[in-house]
Each structure stands twice: as C-alpha cells, then as structure tokens.
Write a protein that binds this ligand. Structure first.
Ligand SMILES: O=P(O)(O)OC[C@H]1O[C@H](OP(=O)(O)OP(=O)(O)O)[C@H](O)[C@@H]1O
Ligand SMILES: Nc1nc2[nH]cnc2c(=O)[nH]1
Length: 185
C-alpha cells in the first residue's frame, strides 16, 4: 500500500491531545505501584501483546522492582484499519505456563476481543492466574463482555480513534509521546 506521508504528518498536527506525556508518566507510575503490590512475590511471566503493547511494556517494565520474566505474543485485529475484524494470531505463546502467574500487557482495551482471546488462550495453557494491564481503557458500552475491564488500567479515554504510546495511525505514530485522537474519528 502507498502511504501518503504528508497525510500522516497532517493527522498528527491536527489531532486532539487527550493525555499529554506527563499524564502518561503519572499513569505508568501508579500502575507500577499497583502491579508491584499484587505480583511482587509471584515470579510472574509478563507477556507483551505486539505490536501495540511494545511502548507500554518498554516504559512499564523498568518501573517494576521485582523478579519477573518477559515474553511476547502477536495478535492483531485491526491491521492498518481503524475498524477491528477477526483476530489474526501471528505468534502464539510457546512458554510452559503451567502453575505460573501471568500478566498480559497491551496498549488499549477497546472492544476487548483481543484481550479476551489472549486471556482465554493463556488460561487454557494451564496458568495459575492470568492478569491483564492496559495503558488505555476506551470508554464505551461495546465491550466483548458488559463491564469488561483489565485488572490494571492506566487511563480511561474517550471513544475516539487513538494513536500514540504504542497505538498506530495507519502504522505510524506509535512513537508519539502522549495519547491523541484523530480529527473526525
Ligand atoms: O479491544 P480491541 O477492540 O480488540 O482492540 C485492542 C487491540 O487493538 C490493537 O491492536 P491491533 O489489532 O491494531 O494490532 P497492533 O497491536 O499491531 O496495532 C491494540 O494493540 C489491541 O491489541
Ligand atoms: N491505534 C489504535 N488501535 C486500536 N485498537 C483498538 N482501538 C484502537 C484505537 O483507538 N487506536
């Protein structure tokens, strides 16, 4: 696909900032405290859901001052689109999960189908407990299950199409330091 870089730059320039970099830092600090209190004695295996979870994990993990192991899996439902479809598993977990405490990190819980499928899969592999942490919880009533939330949430954000902090706009701006909403979406 040919990407119009001018359009990508324009989208960033005219986007609404819904959480600036200091707000994200504060959310990460609070989440790290909550996760530490819950998991510091559990020797957890921490899964990052690629690609969106990459930046969140890279910023959260150094804030966790206890022993843990890391791994990744890759599941995608949106591709380069702003609408989700069927979940496409690209890399499934390969570690032995029996008896383990597992924490899943992802950038956003939107409709929640991605997280629900990932959690189901990990529980099916015999983990003792599977918890989830997302940087962003999108505020709407279209969740996979009514009232669905991750165990740990950084920020509740309005029902717009978001980018930044790992979330992409047409594959770009995962590197943007705050959380932005595309104009008109
Ligand atoms: O709650 P849902 O509606 O299921 O959406 C959330 C998922 O969507 C994004 O992934 P995406 O499919 O865009 O792939 P990516 O991580 O490569 O950006 C995001 O990283 C979450 O994994
Ligand atoms: N980039 C991005 N990915 C998503 N996946 C689910 N919701 C969103 C969103 O608002 N932005």
């Amino acid at each position: 696909m040919n990407i119009d870089l001018q359009e990508i730059i324009h989208a960033r320039e005219e986007a609404d900032c819904l959480a600036d970099a200091p707000a994200v830092e504060a959310a990460l600090d609070r989440m790290a405290e909550e996760i530490t209190a819950r998991l510091q004695h559990s020797n957890p295996l921490v899964y990052t859901v690629m690609n969106g979870g990459l930046i969140f994990a890279g910023r959260l993990l150094p804030r966790l001052p206890f022993p843990l192991e890391t791994a990744y899996l890759h599941a995608t439902r949106y591709g380069l689109s702003t609408h989700g479809t069927l979940l496409d598993w690209r890399v499934r977990p390969t570690q032995d999960l029996r008896g383990r405490s597992v924490l899943v990190l992802d950038d956003i819980l939107d409709e929640g189908h991605t997280l629900a499928a990932v959690l189901d899969h990990l529980r099916g592999e015999g983990a003792r407990e599977v918890l989830s942490a997302v940087l962003v919880h999108k505020q709407h009533e279209r969740k996979a299950f009514p009232g669905m939330r991750a165990d740990f949430t950084g920020l509740d954000i309005a029902d717009r199409y978001l980018f930044g902090c790992g979330m992409d706009y047409k594959g770009y701006w995962r590197n943007a330091p705050g959380i932005y909403a595309v104009k008109g979406l």
